[in-house]
Design a binder for this molecule. Structure first.
Ligand code: UDP
Length: 402
């Protein structure tokens, strides 16, 4: 297990009964063989969740394997275009790209052994492997993206594969499609024992704030997210400017992933320019493994934002709430199921609405604590890895008819 973490390590953290439920569900699955397939072992939310979940399945006596497909640069270009097209962006996908998708899936099929009882393929990249389905095995498609408004041609191409699965799992009801196969809902999760979320001492938090010269004598408003236009860091800066007229505070925009993405790099420059007029705005371009630093920033913040205008699930919201912070977030995607309006934070639809809620919280500090506590409890019940594990175990039990 990762750093000797076992299921029992979560006993004091997960809601009462969840660990017992996991053991109980796993009893019937002992020795059953499950295979997960995705397209990367490192980087991105899907790989991170698998990395944390797989050892727990293993610990429960399930014969679990995780395979990663490989492909040419054209394959990755194609699946990136699929990803964008499925999420509604116009993309030009050539016949050569469709052919490469089929070819890469056929080639991977020759390298992977499918002799498991249940096979779970994550996202569109390996979905073509469904053609290897043999009698007696069950196959699930775990879709982590929003395919509710896809570019039709790409969806029709993918649907040919998707309709051959025994079921599909989506992260939100609104992300799903009308399909003839059974559909399941499964929220993603955070791991409270990972570097990103584990408890930190005040010294550890202060050390990170000091490293970036972030003042600790006034409230800190924070947003952690990739430098992507849809995460709306420019809207966050505007909201901060409205707040700053009345409340002294500083703004931290912490993100990363821009350096290997030309579009991201250009946008980061735009964000830096918008921030340049104010020395209390800190734009931090973090490396991809800065988990402890993100954890410390979230713990050091007073109010946390996720002002996205378009979002997948938005796990930064659960991360922030787990640290006892109220979150002000855009009313889009998974943010709407994580923020309970007026209880764990506020969903907003504009820069002005965002500024209003930041000021409301900064002027009512006792509410920050009260909401923060509720946010942590809400996350404990709904968005921890232990709940995610139980969901998987329940779906496996159902699929294998145990
Ligand atoms: N994240 C990170 N470094 C960054 C920005 C984000 O590690 O510079 C993490 C963040 O803490 C969260 C994940 O990346 O765990 C982002 O997930 P989310 O679902 O919020 O958004 P996505 O980036 O997948 O759209």
């Amino acid at each position: 297990m990762t750093n000797n973490i076992t299921l029992d390590s979560y006993k004091e953290i997960a809601p009462k009964g969840v660990i017992d439920l996991a053991y109980k569900l796993a009893e019937g699955l002992k020795g059953k063989s499950i295979l997960h397939v995705n397209s990367t072992r490192l980087g991105g939310g899907v790989a991170e969740m698998l990395l944390r979940l797989i050892p727990l399945f293993d610990y429960l006596g399930i014969n679990i394997r995780w395979e990663v497909i490989e492909g040419s640069s054209l394959f990755y270009k194609t699946t990136k275009s699929f990803h964008n097209a499925l999420q509604g962006q116009r993309q030009n996908i050539t016949q050569e790209m469709y052919d490469e998708y089929k070819r890469a899936n056929e080639e991977n099929a020759r390298k992977i052994s499918f002799d498991s009882e249940l096979i779970i393929l994550h996202d569109p990249q390996p979905a073509g492997l469904i053609l290897q389905k043999s009698k007696g095995t069950k196959w699930l498609w775990r879709c982590h993206i929003d395919v509710s408004h896809p570019q039709r041609k790409v969806w029709n191409f993918l649907k040919y594969y998707v309709s051959q699965f025994d079921g599909a799992i989506f992260s939100l009801p609104s992300f799903a499609k009308r399909l003839t196969i059974p559909q399941f809902l499964m929220y993603p999760s955070i791991d409270p024992l990972s570097d990103k979320n584990k408890d930190l001492s005040k010294e550890e938090i202060d050390r990170v704030l000091m490293k970036y010269n972030i003042p600790v004598d006034r409230p800190i408003v924070l947003q952690v997210s990739r430098f992507d236009r849809f995460k709306d860091p420019l809207g966050v800066i505007e909201a901060y400017k409205l707040v700053k007229k009345y409340n002294d505070c500083c703004l931290v925009l912490a993100g990363g992933g821009a350096t290997d993405d030309p579009e991201g790099l250009c946008f980061l420059q735009e964000v830096k320019e918008a921030a340049s007029c104010d020395k209390d705005i800190f734009v931090l371009d973090l490396p991809s493994d800065a988990n402890l630093e993100i954890n410390a920033l979230q713990r050091g913040a007073t109010v946390i934002l996720q002002k996205s205008t378009k979002e997948g699930f938005g796990l930064t919201v659960a991360e922030a709430m787990w640290k006892g912070k109220p979150v002000i977030g855009g009313a889009v995607g998974g943010i709407t199921v994580q923020i309970v309006y007026g209880q764990t934070g506020y969903t907003v639809n504009s820069v002005e609405g965002c500024a209003y809620r930041i000021r409301y919280l900064l002027n009512n500090r006792e509410i920050i604590e009260e909401m923060g506590n509720k946010a942590r409890e809400y996350t404990r019940r709904n968005f921890l890895i232990t709940r995610h594990l139980c969901d998987y175990l329940a779906i496996m039990t159902h699929m294998l008819k145990l």
